[in-house]
Design a protein around this ligand. Structure first.
Ligand code: FMN
Length: 153
């Protein structure tokens, strides 16, 4: 297979994509068009992984009860994090919008298999954390693809 060439225009736009990828905190509530999210998840799976182990596991969380359970878990963890901060910056921390859990129309939970059969352990004998890093690569790939598609993450 021959690698395609990338035009100068594309290269410039790619840098623009990297510059404009943002940690989005405010979300529209209407769903993204059908198929877009699945397409972005498929693109995320193009990420590199240790030994080609592809340890990422993306789970769409659509069920309202499950979304509520995630929200409750967040609230508990956030309260703990708030309690651990001293008074001077606790207010600032509380004002940060740390969760799109209420508004975002789609939730995706990402898990990482720490001992996947795929890849047969190649490359991670002395660095087991490389499976987690591989999953991080997939998240970043998803993030970039979503930004290019005009979808906030
Ligand atoms: C590994 C990682 C962990 C992060 N954890 C949090 C987090 O716990 N809470 C949060 O609000 N943002 C989190 N962020 C988002 C960063 O705060 C954000 O990416 C950073 O401020 C830079 O902003 P930008 O993504 O818009 O460039 C995380 C980002 C990364 C890459």
């Amino acid at each position: 297979m021959t690698q395609p060439g990338f035009s100068g225009t594309f290269t410039k736009e790619f840098e623009t994509l990297l510059r404009w990828r943002r940690d989005v905190r405010h979300f529209r509530r209407d769903p993204v068009p059908a198929g877009v999210l699945d397409g972005l998840l498929a693109t995320a799976c193009l990420a590199p992984s240790v030994g080609l182990s592809e340890p990422w596991r993306f789970v769409r969380v659509d069920d309202p009860a499950r979304r509520h359970a995630v929200r409750e878990d967040f609230a508990r963890c956030n309260a703990e994090a708030l309690a651990a901060r001293d008074g001077s910056d606790a207010g600032d921390y509380a004002r940060l919008k740390l969760a799109g859990l209420d508004d975002a129309p789609h939730h995706v939970a990402v898990f990482s298999d720490n001992d996947p059969a795929q890849g047969r352990g190649l490359g991670r004998g002395t660095m087991p954390q490389t499976t987690t890093w591989s999953t991080v690569m997939a998240i970043h790939t998803f993030w970039l693809a979503a930004t290019a598609a005009g979808v906030g993450v």
